[in-house]
Design a protein around this ligand. Structure first.
Ligand SMILES: [Zn+2]
Length: 481
């Protein structure tokens, strides 16, 4: 009898050990299949036509679009994504970012803000989830680090306009790396509040303006905040097209150094925003858009080269939060367009050239059209253009409006025609985009679906059309967090 009981007990123990081993192996197997290194690239405002425009811009053959010149368009999976927000068919970056980050629709302007949820059930961002499971987290953007897209990953706020309150939450996140632009209002809008950079340091972060210092920082510190040595008025990095004039680093430099700082055996989650694709699109500035997409692609290339060393552990997702500008092409056959031939003639952004014009206006009392053309040939075009009669007329109209406030247009018509920008800079840019066959339907966002390109482990999940809330549902399944 005792023998029998002993036998049953032994058998029971055996089953127990076997089951435990199976579960443990299962967990190991599941963990092994879970991407350790996750990249999420968000090209703010980057629609499908922004990608085509850039393909044409870098095409080696005049007038031909060569697909595959951008790294991310060669990714394994492709899908299209709907972008509407909770309260509007056309989203802003706050609502779209919140939906991508937290998997739940938010109202326009919100920063991962869900008042309808009780505190205990509040949706949290992908970055926070990654941090909870022990991954290192990096947030990178070439616009200010408290801007809507980076903010939705580390902060919660009713309004994207509360830059200071958003920045105040940055060090509390405990994330390991922040990089790119600085704070929009480091001491608040009235310059009377606690300095946010000092606060970040107090939390144990190292702040540097030297990109090559990032990977040198001892990993025992709380984290690193890299701020580009050149910041413009809104705390953002300069446009790629203006970098030679302004200086500073490229998005790709920050991504490369962040990867080497964040690399560890447990894993990392890195979000990178190409924020100025949207800004250039609001300006309908085609050449500047193409340069921004190229910068964004170069940053993706850094992740892709990391992926080539860690193919079974890396997932790279490239998408956009919405489309901006309603970019379209005006020839029936895009191959016959000469986008490269014309847009390559532009050497600075509309914003940069607007500053040149406003300096000219402020430092002179008498103006002349030849002076303005001279400035355009010096700062905006790589070679002097011979204008058509129609183009000349457009220049004169904008010149009269800008320098002498002389116009037959109503204020509304001026707004529609020039989007609240410097009319002359807009006209000089439009001459090139018109000749190239590139057009815009709006100065704002559109409801167009955006592309999703994915490479690496589990990219197959992203091979079907989706909504922006599905990044979270898919990653929930993949990450099992
Ligand atoms: Zn925008």
């Amino acid at each position: 009898m005792m023998q029998k009981i002993k036998y049953i007990l032994l058998l029971f123990l055996g089953i127990l050990i076997f089951s435990y081993t199976c579960v443990a192996q299962g967990t190991q197997l599941r963990d092994a299949l879970k991407p350790k290194y996750v990249f999420l690239f968000i090209g703010d405002g980057m629609g499908k036509n922004h990608v085509d425009l850039t393909h044409a811009y870098i095409s080696s053959a005049k007038g031909k679009i060569r697909k595959g010149k951008l790294t991310f368009t060669g990714f394994h999976a492709y899908a299209e994504c709907t972008t509407e927000s909770k309260d509007n068919i056309i989203t802003d970056s706050g609502a779209a970012g919140s939906a991508i980050a937290c998997g739940v629709k938010a109202n326009n302007g919100a920063i991962s803000y869900y008042p309808e949820y009780p505190n205990s059930a509040m949706p949290i961002s992908l970055a926070k989830k990654a941090k909870e499971i022990g991954y290192k987290v990096g947030i990178i953007s070439n616009v200010s680090i408290d801007h809507a897209t980076p903010a939705v990953f580390y902060a919660v706020n009713e309004s994207r306009d509360n830059y200071y309150d958003i920045g105040y939450q940055l060090p509390v996140s405990g994330f390991d790396f922040f990089g790119g632009g600085g704070f929009r209002y480091p001491k608040g809008e009235n310059n009377d509040k606690e300095d946010l950079y000092a606060r970040v340091k107090d939390y144990g972060y190292v702040i540097t303006n030297d990109v090559f210092e990032i990977s040198q920082v001892d990993t025992s510190v709380k984290g690193v905040m890299f701020v580009n040595p050149v910041l413009l008025e809104k705390g953002e990095m300069p446009y790629g097209i203006d970098r030679e004039e302004h200086g500073g680093y490229e998005l790709k430099d920050i991504v490369r150094e962040a990867i080497s700082y964040l690399y560890n055996s447990k894993g990392f989650f890195i979000m990178v925003e190409g924020g100025k694709i949207d800004w250039a699109s609001h300006n309908n500035d085609a050449a500047t858009i193409a340069q921004e997409v190229i910068d964004f692609n170069n940053a993706i290339l850094e992740a892709f080269s990391f992926f080539s060393y860690h193919p079974n552990e890396t997932l790279i997702i490239v998408t956009a939060d919405h489309e901006t500008g309603g970019v379209y092409f005006t020839e029936s056959n895009i191959d016959s367009l000469n986008i490269k031939g014309y847009l390559n003639l532009q050497i600075s952004s509309i914003e940069y050239f607007s500053d040149v014009l406003s300096e000219y206006k402020n430092s002179n009392k008498i103006y002349s059209l030849p002076d303005v053309i001279y400035l355009a040939n010096l700062h905006f075009y790589s070679q002097p253009l011979v204008f058509t009669e129609k183009e000349n007329q457009a220049i004169v109209e904008a010149y009269d409006l800008y320098f002498y406030n002389k116009t037959t247009l109503s204020n509304d018509e001026i707004e529609i025609k020039y989007g609240g920008l410097n009319p002359l800079a807009v006209v000089f840019s439009k001459i090139l985009s018109d000749r190239a066959g590139v057009s815009f339907t709006t100065w704002d966002h559109t409801d167009a679906r955006v592309p999703v390109y994915t490479s690496g482990i589990h990219s197959v999940y992203f091979n079907e059309d989706m909504d922006n809330t599905n990044f979270m549902t898919k990653l929930n399944e993949i990450m099992k967090w």
